[in-house]
Design a protein around this ligand. Structure first.
Ligand code: COS
Length: 379
């Protein structure tokens, strides 16, 4: 995406690339093993305003174009997927506000993020993953307050969040059309978080359950109207999937670069691996799939910026990027051979990190369902 970046975006992109190369790439190695959340690294990222890329200028954000934002996020994903996912989590939590928030809500929660805070988007439940409409958390209006109960899982940033956007049912009979979206502030009585999930990859991203027990919030914390929750969640995911895809492209690109660097120096049968056609073909396939995914991200972001329908384009980008990341990671491990399987080389971590891009923000099976339904249209 870097070749499309505007003159204004170039300085920040260069700073991010330097930060990634000098700090992130090396330091995350230890955190990847310990699973500890690297607060100091994120504090540095907040200093650089990388936690607020999604906040519009009118609410104190940087006012980046979609393409500039994407190039910066790709560079972050290139350095460490968990690092990018954590900071992008703020975007995910602020998008429901952009979709349905009042001016007052947007201003209030943008200010929390701009001041260095984090948000978390809580939709998924143990029995509402792909079937997102099957949410069982409830919200009951009691006077001027809603009372929320339920358990959310796999919630990115739950442990560090200053606010949560929670999808809960206000009308069980109405099923999907009875879901509503709420804003809950950190520290509200009855809110607790589970322990940090011991994940296969993106280990610098913190993930946990969010537990709601008789949580009382002012009724003004409803986002949009009662019954709008599923639509808000789907519109949020429509946007979020492209940003997730952009990080996946960063992971895929890193796999290519690591594999090429190795293939140029590793000598077997008297010549560098890179001189073998079989390796060149592998690199070519990695590159072609990655570039195709990158261009689909650019396509989706362009439609978004023009105010055109991008739901299918976003699902396409997410699916292609997830598959490209996993393909590139698998081939990178293969090219490095035994060293690719060793924790002493970076591609083993990239392989574990890549897998999540076929799973989160809607599995790639769900993305294919979204694309298939969009192409076929009403039957
Ligand atoms: N934008 C706006 N509205 C949407 C929408 C979208 N992208 N997708 C669906 N809707 C609306 C539909 O139009 C429908 O409303 P109407 O009956 O008024 O037309 C309603 O929502 C229900 O839609 P649908 O029947 O398609 O819902 P399904 O239960 O079949 O679910 C999928 C649709 C599978 C696409 C959805 O459940 C999904 O995205 N699942 C994956 C969830 C996910 O990504 N989870 C990851 C967690 S992210 S933190």
């Amino acid at each position: 995406m870097a070749y499309l970046v505007s003159d204004e975006g170039k300085d920040l992109l260069r700073d991010v690339q330097e930060f990634v190369n000098s700090e992130i790439k090396e330091q995350v190695k230890d955190y990847d093993i310990s699973g500890e959340w690297p607060k100091e690294l994120f504090d540095q990222a907040v200093e650089m305003q990388l936690h607020m890329l999604d906040i519009p200028e009118e609410y104190g954000g940087l006012g980046l174009s979609n393409i500039d934002h994407a190039a910066i996020l790709e560079a972050m994903g290139y350095g460490d997927a968990g690092f990018a996912v954590t900071l992008n989590g703020n975007g995910l939590s602020f998008k429901p506000l952009l979709v349905a928030g009042s001016e007052e809500q947007k201003k209030r929660y943008a200010e929390i993020i701009v001041n260095g805070g984090y948000g978390a988007f809580a939709l998924t439940e143990p029995n509402a993953g792909c079937d997102a409409g099957n949410v069982k958390a409830t919200a009951v209006l009691d006077g001027d307050e809603y009372v929320l109960n339920g358990t959310k899982c796999f919630c990115t940033n739950a442990q560090i969040a200053d606010f949560y956007v929670v999808i809960a049912s206000t009308d069980k009979e109405a099923k999907v059309k009875g879901l509503s979206a709420f804003l809950i502030d950190k520290g509200t009585k009855g809110v607790s978080v589970g322990s940090h999930e011991n994940k296969m990859g993106i280990r610098t991203s913190i993930t946990s359950d969010l537990i709601l027990e008789d949580v009382r919030i002012p009724k003004e914390n409803l986002l949009g109207k009662e019954g709008d929750g599923f639509k808000i969640a789907m519109e949020t995911l429509d946007i979020a999937r492209t940003w997730c895809a952009v990080i996946g492209v960063g992971v895929a690109q890193r796999c290519i670069d690591e594999a090429v660097a190795y293939a140029k120096t590793r000598v077997q049968f008297g010549k560098p691996l890179a001189k073998n056609e079989v390796i060149q073909f592998k690199i070519a396939d990695m590159q072609m799939k990655t570039e195709a995914a990158r261009q689909c991200c650019a396509h989706s972001l362009t439609l978004m910026e023009r105010g055109e329908d991008y739901s299918m384009a976003s699902a396409t980008a997410k699916c292609l990027a997830g598959d490209a990341a996993m393909f590139a990671a698998t081939e990178a491990v293969q090219i490095l051979g035994g060293y690719g399987y060793s924790r002493d080389y970076p591609v083993e971590k990239l392989f574990r990190d890549a897998k999540i891009f076929q799973i989160f923000e809607g599995t790639n099976e769900i993305q294919r369902l979204v694309v298939g339904r969009s192409v076929i249209g009403k039957i």
